[in-house]
Ligand binder design. Sequence first.
Ligand code: NAD
Length: 257
Amino acid sequence: MPETRDFELNPRLIELASGARRIVALTGAGISTESGIPDYRGPNGLWASQKPPELGDYETNEAARIGFWQERRRRYPQMLAREPNAGHLALAKLERAGKLLGVITQNIDGLHQKAGNHPERVVELHGTTHEIRCMACGRRYAGIDLQRRLDAGEADPRCPVCGGVLRSGTILFGEPLPPAAIEQALALSQAADLMLVIGTSLVVNPAARLPLIAQRAGAAVAIINREPTPLDERVEIVERGDAGPILGALAQYALGV
Ligand code: NAD
């Protein structure tokens, strides 16, 4: 978190954030790039190389699962080691100050919770990589426990209770988003007085629709992103740049510290 207000923010954004009582953040992969997790569609994006598997394929094809777990075994330790950056910490600070109602995230990295946002105030539209689920009985297991099993040599780990196929808690291609998460995201969007849209290319629904839903319900919307997005022309404020320093400065101004 910067100690000085060294970032020139749009004065209207400072005014809105200072007066806001129900800020809702909508975050995408861009808020976590400063923690060392690449985004998907940015210039160094992972879109081409690391798409999640297709739902149908995964359930029925043992080879697809083995490939998935091999890749996960290699990557998960790095994911676990990632730390929240100034952007995540600023949102947690706004929540502690009673100004932030919730975070709707497309990310699966768990960094909002690690930064201190209450888990019940974080809506994970695409699930979480820190949870493993049984496709047969629905039991849930911690990502770290599964990692131990993969490290011990299991290639296609099964549910220890019912023997069902296990999967990551992240959504697969071809799978609908969890209805409860969509409902929560809609409710938060409609309750916001200020929506901060951070580090998302806004090309995938329903996340891409949420800022307009918030706007229709009376919220001001500010987009904070390195690159242009399809909604830039339709929102009140666009801050172009890195989320960490922008949010760090914004939290300081908004909280008058
Ligand atoms: P995206 O990759 O499509 O877009 C990221 C956007 O953030 C880009 O427009 C980029 O210019 C911007 N950006 C990158 N770094 C930034 C920074 N430091 N500050 C401000 N802006 C920055 O991301 P998306 O819209 O979230 O869609 C990608 C999908 O991939 C998501 O649905 C998510 O589930 C998944 N994903 C998640 C993670 C993660 O959990 N950290 C990482 C990669 C992909």
